[in-house]
Design a binder for this molecule. Structure first.
Ligand code: GLY
Length: 360
């Protein structure tokens, strides 16, 4: 087991990484009314969790969220709240998110809203949620006009990363999580990027020791960034490398049709081409990024039917637009990043076009 801490004063919390459910989970549920939000494909995981919890909680109610990203909406949020009321939860109750990013985001937001805030715990079951969305307290549902536009910062009480959940994760979801892992190397740690180049095949084949290292390194970077800048006034924005381009792909294709991590992977290439055109990244560095994304099983281009110009209006809907100015995270070499707000439309379109026409 590896333990990390997100240092946020009296809202600090532990992250436990290992195989099997961590014994301290029982302490969190002990004597409390608990509601577990999950999705139907995770029925087996839910069974494992219920057996583990046994009769430690005062009561347990399992809430089945409909499948897919489309479930992350305000109507479903209201239904979860209805379940909390019917289960008789007070502010001293506990919500548990058992699932990927969709479950974690909507459950966290329900916890932020219910009776003005209650405790919740993240049990992320996908690689992407284990290395990113379960940690940091970003909770949200989607609005028809944009992703995550209704939300709150609300930190979990603990995050339990059980590597065993990954045993049944499909290959494309492994790749999507690896995109976020690569992101940490690009923005913060050149040695980790080199380590990923050497170990990508082992990570894809779900070697647990390698996964534990990759997840722990990713989350220690994330924990440090969140501790410095919980509400994304500064450095936390670096965690969004590739996301503004990626959100445009997801919005164009319909959320859930391209996996978030796949879109982020291509978005990182687009941001990197823009950085390269500004002399912030050299050819050798960008080629290493293309190679690593390929080794991770990620797409190297956006959807063929999406012309470079179609990205701009979709990118302008991003939360990172300030006073009409698009703020883009760009890498500086491999291992550092910065935010720019002076990228011109022609630079952005040229960077997208370069990725779309590159021959790899
Ligand atoms: N996924 C980016 C963040 O948590 O800030």
């Amino acid at each position: 087991m590896i333990k990390l801490d997100v240092g946020l004063g009296d809202r600090s919390y532990p992250i436990q990484i290992g195989t099997g459910l961590h014994p301290s989970l029982k302490e969190h549920v002990s004597g409390r009314a608990v509601v577990i939000v999950s999705q139907e494909p995770l029925a087996q995981h839910l069974k494992t969790l219920l057996a583990f919890l046994g009769d430690a909680p005062k009561s347990v109610t399992a809430y089945p969220l409909p499948n897919g990203e489309s479930a992350k909406n305000i109507g479903e949020l209201e239904k979860i709240i209805g379940c909390l009321i019917e289960a008789g939860l007070g502010r001293d109750g506990l919500l548990i998110a058992l699932g990927g990013g969709v479950v974690g985001d909507i459950t966290g937001f329900a916890a932020a809203c219910y009776q003005r805030g209650m405790d919740f715990i993240q049990l992320p079951t996908t690689l992407l949620s284990q290395v990113d969305s379960a940690v940091g307290g970003k909770t949200a549902v989607n609005h028809p006009l944009g992703k995550n536009l209704i939300g709150a910062f609300h930190q979990p009480k603990a995050v339990f990363v059980d590597l065993d959940w990954l045993d049944t994760l499909p290959d494309n979801e492994m790749s999507a999580g690896l995109a976020e892992i690569i992101k940490y190397g690009v923005i913060a740690d050149p040695d980790f990027f080199t380590w990923l180049e050497a170990n990508m095949a082992g990570l894809r084949s779900k070697n647990k020791a390698l996964l534990a290292h990759a997840i722990a390194r990713s989350l220690s970077i994330k924990a440090e960034v969140v501790a410095q800048d919980e509400r994304e006034q500064g450095v936390r924005a670096h965690l969004n490398l590739g996301h503004t381009f990626g959100h445009a792909i997801e919005a164009h294709q319909g959320y859930g049709n391209w996996l978030h991590g796949e879109a982020v992977g291509v978005g990182m290439l687009m941001a990197s081409e823009l950085a390269k055109s500004r002399g912030m990244l050299d050819d050798e560095q960008i080629q290493r990024l293309y190679r690593l994304n390929r080794a991770a099983g990620l797409p190297l281009k956006g959807p063929a039917e999406m012309a470079p110009q179609t990205y701009l209006p979709l990118m302008m809907r991003d939360k990172k637009v300030l006073a009409g100015k698009l703020r883009l995270v760009l890498p500086i070499g491999l291992g550092q990043a910065t935010v720019v707000s002076d990228a011109t439309e022609s630079e952005i379109v040229a960077a997208i076009a370069t990725v779309q026409s590159a021959n790899h």
